[in-house]
Design a protein around this ligand. Structure first.
Ligand code: F6R
Length: 599
């Protein structure tokens, strides 16, 4: 999704901004631009396409100036084009602005501004902001921004320059901004990654706060004026965690990091047969758990429901955050509201959390990005410790989310005074080794993948706790290979999707050991009878599975209730290899964004 970076200091700003934009590429974008201030003159250059298209614009690397802003745009209002790209400027080129988010009342504001004689050149909602700031500008950018924002409805992370002021004004409502405090320099961005090359000391701007940044000084205040005393945090990640380290893609690297990621999420959280979590309130009397999330994180929520209902005997409802936020929901005294998010910035998940909290819910967040907005707004949290996830398709964060949900479920059981299943606790520590064995199948899976690069559709089928794994396998494939794929509970197939099955339809079955493996095998028989092509993930050398399957991917056996942690790995690899064989941009699939900060 859109990215912002800006700088004020002594360095070559043009190069710094372009380098920073490259670090934001993983978020997904369709155009980019920079604006640099020098000698009371703003130079703005923008292009549709990739950062490399911007980088080669003649003269861009020679623009002088030590203060500037830059942006990657992911189109919402208006097509991807040079005109719609940011920064936007007023018609005299005195003010430049970059914006993440959506201005909801832009139609009415635009009409008013047009009546006042302002001329619009783009189709974006963002352009109204620059004209609105211009309207209020009377020699002080800070005041003009404050006044303009008081008329704005919607979400924004903005950065603004005026040709006569050697400072940058930034502000946020609903769209993240992080300010890096360097030695005689300030660098800010919509996530921490481009900042880390310069400083690890950061301030996370909160909603309705703004910052006024110059090389040697900063001021944080509320948009309504009140001064804020913000805490400076230290970023704990290192730069080498966000390098590819010899892997062809970030996604592959992240798939291979999963054994370690799982060890990290477990570390220190199981001791002497007990679960140690820092939850700031009593969970012993819970009567219901509601989990909301989006996409892959929603799939892990569904897995959490299977595990918690079975082991903790508490009803768990799950909801898409985008639905929860707009429907009539009920929060009761002994409810727990759980949000799951890799980025901690997903707009729908954040809105669902705020709604539940406003209704009195106690909340827990399962979040990967430390210091993200959701991480800061939940009452209590479990960090996933997956490390930075750069590939747009989520892999290691999913594994850590599911592990964290298992820990949370067991923790609640323990706090209720019930005995924990020691076999599960022990086996959790064996899973990373078993994941390594799955990773050794990568070559074999890439051979299998060669047969399916021309497939147009895929079905993924699993039952019970492997139904969410089927959903996740299908999502991974469609995201990065653009092959249409659906996940279903295997037995549900006969109620409709079976009509799709013919010799052109690969069907991935998850058929690992479980109390209902025989039922899964019956579903495989039904598929085979319709000439479907079966690719089976199994830990079982069963004669029927061998007979029915065209391809078999053998995975190590684990506890039935932990099997999703193993079974998802070959599905990630299958999706990866199919997309890679199709020569697609695995890490930055079309139309997708890593962090979905608009609704
Ligand atoms: C799938 C994927 C998305 C995200 C979803 C939620 O591979 O990456 O479906 O899972 O956008 O994102 P987070 O977890 O950051 O809230």
């Amino acid at each position: 999704m859109c990215g912002i970076i800006g700088y004020v200091g002594k360095r070559n700003t043009s190069k710094l901004l372009i380098d920073g934009l490259k670090k934001l590429e993983y978020r997904g974008y369709d155009s980019a631009g920079i604006c640099i201030l020098n000698n009371n003159n703003l130079t703005t250059i923008k292009r549709k396409g990739k950062i490399k298209d911007l980088e080669v614009v003649e003269g861009i690397s020679k623009i002088k100036g030590n203060i500037g802003i830059a942006h990657t745009r992911w189109a919402t209002h208006g097509e991807p084009s040079q005109i719609n790209a940011h920064p936007h400027t007023d018609s005299k080129g005195e003010i430049a602005l970059v914006h993440n988010g959506i201005i909801e009342n832009y139609h009415s504001l635009k009409e008013l501004l047009i009546q006042d004689g302002y001329i619009f050149t783009s189709e974006t909602d963002s352009e109204i902001l620059v004209h609105l700031i211009k309207k209020f500008y009377m020699d002080d950018l800070e005041t003009a921004v404050k006044n303009a924002l008081s008329y704005v409805e919607g979400t924004f992370g903005i950065a603004v320059l005026h040709k006569n002021e050697n400072r940058i004004v930034v502000a946020r409502r609903g769209s993240p901004l992080i300010i890096g405090i360097g030695e005689n320099e300030m660098i800010f961005a919509s996530d921490a990654i481009p900042i880390m090359d310069y400083t690890k000391r950061v301030i996370y701007l909160n909603d309705d706060e703004m910052a006024i940044l110059s090389a040697n000084d900063f001021k944080i205040c509320k948009i309504d004026g009140e001064i804020v005393d913000s805490e400076i945090h230290e970023i704990k990640w290192s730069i080498d965690q966000i390098e590819k380290k010899g892997y062809k893609h970030f996604m592959l690297k992240e798939i291979f990091e999963q054994p370690e990621a799982m060890e990290n999420v477990l570390r220190g959280r199981i001791k002497e047969g007990k679960i140690k979590l820092t939850i700031d309130f009593d969970v012993s009397k819970l009567e219901r758990i509601v989990i909301t999330a989006c996409g892959t994180s929603w799939h892990s929520a569904l897995l959490g429901k299977f595990f918690i209902e079975k082991h903790v005997n508490i009803p768990v409802e799950i909801d898409y955050a985008s639905e929860y936020r707009y429907r009539q929901t009920i929060v009761k005294d002994n409810d727990l509201f759980v949000v799951i998010s890799q980025s901690g910035e997903t707009a729908d998940t954040l809105a669902a959390l705020r709604k539940a909290k406003a209704d009195g819910a106690k909340s827990i967040g399962l979040i990967n990005v430390v210091g993200s907005t959701i991480a800061r707004e939940v009452d209590s949290g479990i960090y996933l410790h997956a490390g930075p996830e750069i590939g747009v398709a989520s892999t290691k964060a999913f594994l850590c989310q599911v592990t964290a949900l298992i820990l949370l479920g067991l923790y609640i059981k323990q706090e209720k005074g019930e005995k924990l299943d020691q076999e599960i606790l022990k086996e959790l520590f064996n899973v990373p080794e078993k994941i390594k064995k799955c990773l050794n199948l990568s070559k074999e899976i890439s051979e299998i993948a060669k047969n399916y690069t021309h497939s147009r559709n895929f079905l993924y089928l699993g039952r019970n706790n492997n139904f969410p794994v089927a959903l996740e396998g299908a999502l991974k494939l469609k995201e990065i290979s653009y092959i249409h794929a659906e996940g279903y509970p295997a037995a549900e197939m006969k109620h409709g999707p079976i009509a799709l099955i013919d010799e052109e339809m690969p069907v991935v079955f998850i058929a690992t050991n479980s109390a209902i493996l025989d039922k899964v095998i019956s579903n495989m028989e039904e598929t085979r009878a319709r000439k479907g092509v079966l690719i089976t993930i199994t830990d079982n050398g069963n004669e029927a599975i061998n007979r029915l399957s065209d391809k078999i991917i053998s995975v190590p056996r684990t506890h039935e209730d932990l099997s999703p942690l193993i079974n998802v790995i070959p599905l990630q690899l299958l999706a990866y290899h199919i997309a890679d064989l199709k020569d697609l941009n695995v890490d930055r699939p079309r139309n997708l964004a890593k962090s979905v900060t608009v609704e």
